[in-house]
Design a binder for this molecule. Structure first.
Ligand code: MN
Length: 232
């Protein structure tokens, strides 16, 4: 096959302890998956079916990146999240079988143009402009599930310039890791390279140029993202 011009490189993420990178196919994100965060967003944290949104694969940025302050917003927010890295195909998988699809785990930051997201939400419009912008999917080095095991608990925290903003435990997820994978696989056929951002705990807040945002999850290490000046 030939192309009329060279295709863009495949988006990818660092794998901890390896030179080979994890190729990213699609990025799925779960909305409101911690009770206290659902409340702070003005929603009732009842256990209704989870909902999803997506980001383009090339929105992914590595640990240590400086992300330019994005256009159109006056309220860029951080969202600390556990990220699942899918390594096997799966369609209609059970919760028991869902674990087999998970190649690894990473620390993520679901960067959000909160003003655009809330305007879209309140007008019944798509969330894309609030969520799916350039460099919006910060992702730390992926740790292999064969090393980490099944991730069902462990602290998750986020600091901005050293001050704690978000602090919770993975065990507080409304929808657990295998439940998310199983439910998602009923909607789409999951394939190797898919990333799943599993939702953020309470404490989301604004970032401004110069801020250094660090997310940590027990057993998975850190993800550091610096906010730069707006791109010109
Ligand atoms: Mn999120």
């Amino acid at each position: 096959m030939t192309f009329v011009f060279p295709p863009q490189p495949t988006p990818s993420v660092v794998v901890g302890g390896e030179s080979a990178r994890f190729p990213v196919r699609r990025i799925f994100c779960v909305g409101r998956n911690y009770e206290a965060h659902a409340r702070e967003m003005g929603k009732d944290p009842t256990r209704e079916a989870p909902f999803f949104f997506t980001k383009p694969a090339d929105a992914v940025v590595d640990d240590g990146a400086t992300v330019p302050y994005p256009p159109l917003t006056k309220n860029l927010h951080h969202e600390a999240e556990l990220v699942l890295a899918i390594g096997k195909p799966g369609f209609n998988v059970s919760e028991v079988d869902a674990w087999d699809l998970i190649w690894g785990y990473a620390v993520g930051n679901d960067l959000t143009r909160r003003d655009l997201q809330l305007e879209a939400r309140d007008k019944g419009r798509p969330w894309d402009w609030g969520k799916a912008f350039d460099n919006s999917a910060a992702c730390g080095p992926i740790r292999k599930a064969t090393d980490v095991g099944r991730l069902e608990q462990g602290f998750i925290q986020l600091t901005v310039n050293g001050a704690i903003r978000q602090q919770a435990d993975i065990a507080d997820l409304i929808w657990s890791v295998p439940e998310i994978v199983s439910i998602l696989s009923r909607a789409v056929r999951l394939l190797p390279g898919d990333l799943v951002y599993t939702g953020t705990p309470a404490g989301v807040g604004a970032l401004i140029p110069g801020d250094v945002c660090v997310v940590e999850i027990e057993g998975l290490g850190n993800l550091t993202t610096t906010v730069g000046e707006a791109a010109t």
